[in-house]
Design a protein around this ligand. Sequence first.
Ligand code: PM9
Length: 465
Amino acid sequence: MAKRPAPEPYKIKMVEPIRLISRQDRQKALEKAGYNTFLLDSQDVYIDLLTDSGTSAMSQEQWSALMRGDEAYAGSASFYRLVEAIKDVFGYPLVVPTHQGRAAEHLFFKLALQPGDIVPMNMYFTTTRHHLELAGGIFYDTICSQAHDTASTFKFKGNMDINKLEDLYQKRGERRFPVVVMAPNVNMAGGQPFSLGNLKEVFQWCREKGIKLYLDITRIAENAYFIKTREEGYQDKTIQEILREICAHSDGAWMSAKKDGLVNIGGFLAFHSHEQELFEKCRNEVVVYEGLHTYGGMAGRDMDALAQGLRDVCSFEYLRARITQVEYLHSLLDENNVPLVHPCGGHGVFLDAAKFLSHLDQDEFPAQMLAAQIYLEGGIRSMERGNVSAGRDPQTGKNRRPKLELVRLTIPRRVYTQSHIEYTAEAIVRCYQRRDKIPGLKFTYEPKVLRFFQARFCPLSCKKD
Ligand code: PM9
């Protein structure tokens, strides 16, 4: 039987109404949105599991911090409080704020890469790879093979495969190999963590070769929870100690603060002191795209809310309640034999759409259609993470057909209750029971860049071409 989540270390002070519209209206909303859950209006959504990005509920300490926001254009006190928090929690002394994660990625790759550089990562993330490629870099996936197998129960599927890295390094030819990027709780792999043991090995490998190691610390606290609960030797360490140990094995990082920062908007780049040169370049360039280097696109109040959010997220009791809630949904679905990514990840439950809709070809976009059907069934919004998200190969023009064809049920932090989770599981089980009757999709509109955000589709049987 599914294990009840750990009770939350907080109670609810303010509520936001939600409503379930009729099935007929959901069908109309779906057609209007071109079968793309990104194009649904939030007023037509009952339970919104599209993303954990910018959707957290803030704590009373964060709301109080918001009121302290210093909105000075230059040298805002809120900026210094943010720098202090980043230094305390992660140990990085040099900070460049940005309005969100992709802005940090843009600056980092633009300034750290030269065209033709090779950049290995533990799997890709959509915006990360896009900015890496815009800067002329060449992305390589060097994550461990277990990450591509939804049934593998390996505890650290976010680990980098050192042999793949070494192989790539040996075969690089004339190309530069300046930086390796590792992300904790790898999003596209199902929210899967890396181990500190693996990170240390990669860091050592990079040091020996004079290569930098940067982290995308967007979901670092959730990875730290898995290190504490799964990796030998870390049970007695605090989350903050683990966070400091992770960051000590890197040259710097960027963060989309909209996830583990527990805020609705924000991001930053952060560096250890030996990276002064790259820090200076980013600090110079941020004024072109984001704003002055002491706000980088964020309001003073947002920087204060983030400074507090980074301190809040270090609570083990909070992380345990959050992750056991996600695990509860995973167990309810697993008990009903719904095909899933195993083991359960940190920020959501990932359905294996290739197995769920095994009668569809990957170019009939099973994950896209499954997300649409989950909305139709229960007013629940989820997200495709498969062939549509992966885009087309620029060389061949063909769909990339990634190994993972997933639907992500992303759980916002501190937002939904146990009955919302149970309702969600029941709706998905009903979809699973009628899976044979679900058809595939075809594009009616396909954007050239990050197509999953705005693409439109219709069922294969529809007349539009
Ligand atoms: N992630 C997510 O829903 C939001 C938009 S993309 C569908 O998972 C990582 C690991 C992310 C991420 C965003 C970004 C970009 C960088 N790295 O959204 O620009 O998961 O703040 O961050 C999303 P921003």
